[in-house]
Design a protein around this ligand. Structure first.
Ligand code: 13P
Ligand code: SF4
Length: 333
């Protein structure tokens, strides 16, 4: 089958839905293909455990962007979501960037379409525009500086006090940064479908049942949930806190994938996922979890689906991402 036909299948399905021989050792095959093609596998903490275990690098959004920028590999296989692949391509355009399932998007990125965001910016002239990395390349191109959950406070503090700020697209992270910096920011009204779902009532009950447990939360959670937290941080921040804190039990309000790394780093400790406000598995990100071992294998084998961007868009989006990386480096992040 030719590449044009494969592209057609991806357009229809989002990925190459070929049958994979069930007798194949996918771990060995993926390792072989990575070596043969000089590919690096970057994975976010929200990936399924098997994918995390074979990654060359696992990290949060900032760590992944930094790795993507400096990799010498020819191919970046990104076990994450679409905006992460775009960021990798923007930072390192000479590399082939591939994503196992093109449908792996992000509710937060979707909440801030560039056309609407442009109107919002025009309504607030003379504001510095800071956008969370969870947005499209088009939205990044309209921004002055990008941030992630691990450097957002440093990025906001880098803006002179007299300047007004627009912060997009996550209103919860925005409110959290306001509480940390005292800055008055205009917020875009976006949320993450995973982090807005936690039940305050169930968390309170769980805390009563486990009085010794530390409650740790990602800043994308609702303010009332964050108020209960003993520690608030990015995925890497939460992981480091759980490893270094002397507590033996942790209630974790973020996507469940991170618990795999927490348990690996602190085998004797107990990690309890914070409950969502209904009985679904809503604290599993449906986008992140679209990447499976089978799709990863097919993606590496056929080097598809590939992420590409028009060069003028890439150049525009590069500037605010570079600014973020410079400020992060100044702060040792
Ligand atoms: P971090 O990786 O920066 O913690 O962000 C979490 C997230 O929701 C990524 O999509
Ligand atoms: Fe987007 Fe939330 Fe999924 Fe992260 S966890 S990719 S912010 S929907």
């Amino acid at each position: 089958m030719g590449v044009a036909e494969q592209q057609k299948i991806i357009l229809e399905n989002g990925y190459l839905n070929f049958e994979v021989d069930p007798s194949l050792d996918l771990f060995a095959e993926i390792a072989r293909l990575k070596k043969e093609k000089n590919a690096v596998l970057l994975a976010h903490y929200y990936q399924e455990p098997d994918v995390q275990d074979i990654a060359d690098y696992i990290g949060d959004s900032l760590g992944l962007a930094q790795q993507a920028e400096k990799t010498k590999a020819d191919i970046i296989v990104f076990a994450g979501v679409h905006f992460m692949c775009e960021t990798a391509k923007i930072l390192n355009p000479g590399k082939k960037v591939i994503l196992p399932d093109l449908r792996a998007g992000c509710s937060l990125a979707d909440s801030c379409p560039a056309g609407e965001f442009k109107k919002f910016i025009d309504q607030h002239p003379d504001h510095v525009v800071i956008s969370y990395i969870n947005c499209s390349a088009e939205t990044k191109a309209l921004s002055d500086i990008i941030c992630t959950s691990s450097n957002a406070v440093a990025i906001v503090n880098s803006v002179p006090k007299e300047k007004k700020i627009i912060f997009a697209p996550d209103r919860n992270l925005g409110r959290y940064i306001i509480s940390k910096t005292g800055r008055d920011m205009v917020l875009w009204n976006g949320t993450c479908m995973v982090h807005e779902i936690f039940s305050l009532e169930k968390i309170s009950k769980l805390k009563q049942k486990h009085p010794q447990a530390k409650f740790i939360a990602h800043p994308e959670c609702e303010p009332a949930v964050l108020e209960l937290a003993d520690y608030i941080g990015s995925t890497t921040g939460l992981l480091n806190y759980s490893a270094s804190n002397s507590a033996n039990e942790f209630i974790v309000a973020t996507e469940t994938g991170i618990i795999h790394q927490m348990a690996k780093e602190s085998p004797g400790k107990t990690f309890i996922p914070a409950p969502p406000n209904n009985s679904c598995a809503c604290n599993d990100c449906p986008h992140m979890k679209l990447n499976t071992l089978e799709k990863l294998y097919l993606c590496l084998k056929y080097e598809l689906p590939e992420i590409n961007l028009p060069e003028d868009l890439r150049i525009k989006a590069l500037k605010p991402i570079k600014r973020m990386l410079e400020i992060s480096a100044q702060h040792g992040l």
